[in-house]
Design a protein. Structure first.
Ligand SMILES: Nc1ncnc2c1ncn2[C@@H]1O[C@H](COP(=O)(O)OP(=O)(O)OP(=O)(O)O)[C@@H](O)[C@H]1O
Ligand SMILES: [Mg+2]
Lengths: 273, 328
């Protein structure tokens, strides 16, 4: 594996895209008779926004679940930062700095927005139990640092006004934003977003697009996202993987994908939403 | 002040003290239920098991002596040493943590995602298994437990109340200590769950498994931790109860008294467990005092259940639970 040494390049808008940080090799995932992913390979480069698109049931979420350890593929390997990744539980993947959101939103409904985002920082909390319980010195400094980081993210995503609101009372669009905030709080090296804009109105979609671009731009976070809205995908992403019935049918820049006949037939020709 | 009122006050205070013990057992239930959705029928037996283990360690009993003797024709009973109370408590806690690990590894790990009723049945199995193991390990005779907690009438209260009412209240020192320890325990639990990393993770797991995994929390670790904490609460309850009425197998029946407490307080509320425990404790003592003589006594056997039943009809979510509104 020497993919890390791939040439880096600079995009039109002046961002630097590095070498391959994650590579999926010949992944096959089956559920009984259903082949959700069939022998798919693709990579994600450092600092890029990588989109995964495809019709309903194409296997996009399954792919994200394989990356984040929620699904274990029957065949194939995952390489992270040039190393072959052993089979891992989802929490271990998260501890490696891979954060995610879910298609169906998974928030802590009983907690406030602030507490939800704070759980995103569990990985950064290091002090021992006793020190924490006694609330002294190092633990206190650590808590302050974590709170500041969380407040920055809350400001960044413009959700200050709902900081103390229980998540269960929020409308759908804001929940999606809180989920993104929690994922960001982990300061991930890779951020996986499963349909971050599904079910949103035009204005909310514009906000979310802006946040995703800003996260990528300001923190240099590598982002892999699934999205149905083709306009959004073409605007946001550096490269696109297209899936259909568990197979990869296209991979390239938005322009390349847009002009790929197989993609046009299988996906663009089909009406969605 | 009339004599009746003074007596009633004494009964009330004694009821509060009894309620503390119910609350402690109920607390163990709530902890596990909140974090894993498991209604742990074995909580009471865990209190018994911990008390048996504590006595066994203190007295230097040889565990499984019966089995060993029967198999090898030996005649072992005791190692011949005595372990100080404090050390024995620490060792017993280690045993409870080991139990938590085993319970998670051999039972509930394999039942993730099963129906609540299946999980409940598993804890019934666990309860009888643990009762059997406790018997095999330490024998079934009634044992005295004395870890050095003060016992007997509190003279200060006796004299003060005598000065006030011309009648001295009988309040057991042990009950006072139990109340203080229970209060400390609850405070510690609240601090733990609100301010520590592990506490936050525990609340996260209680709320949503998938979300918890996605922020890097190991469910297994949290569940072992929760069972350990519940084991610790059981140990505290076991020490109190064991000191008060001896360590015997009927101790596990206190688990049943925790049921009405939970119905009153709600299955997921720590304050509910405490308030529920106190209400049941006070309620059954006062009821026995006021009504008992008219109906031939022994109302303590059923009062708690009837109260809980009436309560269930009017407020099924418990005192502190959120109102259940059916989604349609
Ligand atoms: N946990 C599961 N158990 C069984 N089958 C599953 C599971 N998860 C996904 N599948 C199946 O795998 C296939 C791909 O599903 P997946 O959710 O990955 O599609 P998707 O591309 O994300 O679709 P959508 O756009 O509707 O979200 C589907 O046939 C689905 O039914
Ligand atoms: Mg999907």
């Amino acid at each position: 594996m020497n993919d890390m040494t791939h040439d880096s390049y600079t995009t039109e808008d002046g961002r630097t895209i590095g070498g391959v940080v994650m590579e999926m090799k010949n992944i096959t995932l089956r559920f009984g008779g259903v082949v959700a992913i069939e022998n798919i390979s693709f990579d994600i480069r450092e600092g890029e926004i990588r989109a995964i698109i495809g019709p309903n049931g194409a296997g996009k979420s399954s792919m994200l679940n394989v990356i984040s350890g929620f699904y274990v593929p029957q065949e194939g390997d995952v390489f992270y930062k040039g190393q072959k990744r052993p089979p891992m539980r989802p929490y271990q993947v998260a501890q490696q700095g891979i954060a995610r959101t879910f298609q169906n939103i998974a928030l802590f409904e009983g907690m406030s927005v602030l507490d939800n985002v704070m759980t995103g920082r569990l990985r950064q909390m290091k002090s021992g139990l006793l020190a924490q319980a006694l609330w002294k010195g190092k633990a206190e400094a650590e808590e302050v640092a974590n709170r500041e980081a969380v407040e920055r993210i809350i400001d960044f995503l413009e959700i200050q006004h709902i900081r103390k609101t229980p998540v269960s009372r929020l409308p759908y669009g804001l929940k999606k934003r809180v989920e993104l905030a929690r994922a960001l709080a982990a300061e991930p090296s890779i951020l996986l977003l499963d349909e971050p804009m599904a079910g949103m109105n035009v204005e909310e979609k514009e906000d979310m697009s802006r946040f995703i671009l800003d996260v990528n731009d300001e923190f240099g976070t590598t982002i892999a996202l699934i999205e149905h809205d083709m306009g959004v995908v073409m605007d946001l992403s550096d490269r696109v993987v297209v899936m259909d019935y568990g197979k990869k049918i296209g991979d390239g820049t938005p322009d390349e994908v847009r002009n790929n006949q197989a993609v046009i037939d299988a996906y663009l020709g089909v009406a969605h939403d | 002040m009339s004599d009746q009122l003074v007596f009633a006050m004494e009964v009330f205070l004694n009821g509060l003290m009894a309620g503390v013990l119910y609350a402690l057992v109920a607390l163990g239930f709530v902890l596990i239920y909140k974090a894993s959705g498991i209604f742990n029928y074995a909580q009471g037996v865990m209190a018994l098991f911990s008390a048996l283990t504590l006595v066994g360690i203190m007295e230097g009993q040889v565990p499984f002596a019966h089995v060993i003797n029967a198999t090898f024709g030996t005649d072992l009973h005791h190692f011949g040493w005595h372990v100080p109370g404090f050390v024995a408590i620490l060792l017993t806690m280690a045993v409870m943590v080991l139990l938590a690990i085993c319970v998670q590894k051999f039972v509930f790990r394999h039942l993730v995602g099963q129906e609540p009723i299946i999980l409940f049945m598993a804890t019934i199995g666990l309860a009888y298994f643990l009762e059997g193991v406790g018997d095999l390990m330490w024998g079934s005779e009634i044992k005295k437990l004395d870890v050095g907690l003060p016992q007997g009438i509190n003279l200060m209260i006796d004299e003060t109340t005598f000065g006030w009412f011309g009648y001295g209240f009988f309040i057991d020192n042990l009950d006072i200590v139990a109340t203080i320890i229970a209060a400390l325990l609850v405070t510690a639990l609240v601090i733990f769950s609100q301010y520590t990393k592990q506490g936050r993770a525990m609340r996260a797991v209680a709320d949503d498994h998938q979300a918890a995994l996605s922020v890097g929390i190991s469910l297994n670790f949290i569940w072992v931790m929760v069972w350990s904490v519940a084991g610790f609460v059981a140990l505290v309850a076991g020490i109190m109860w064991g000191t008060k009425s001896g360590v015997q197998f009927s101790l596990s029946l206190i688990a049943l008294k925790a049921l009405p407490v939970l119905m009153l307080g709600g299955f997921t509320s720590i304050p509910g467990a405490i308030v529920g425990g106190l209400i049941i404790g006070v309620g059954e003592k006062l009821f026995e005092f006021a009504i008992g003589p008219m109906v031939g006594g022994a109302t303590e056997n059923w009062f708690a259940y009837v109260l809980a039943l009436i309560f269930l009809v009017f407020r099924p979510q418990g005192l502190f639970g959120e109102k259940i509104i059916e989604r349609v």
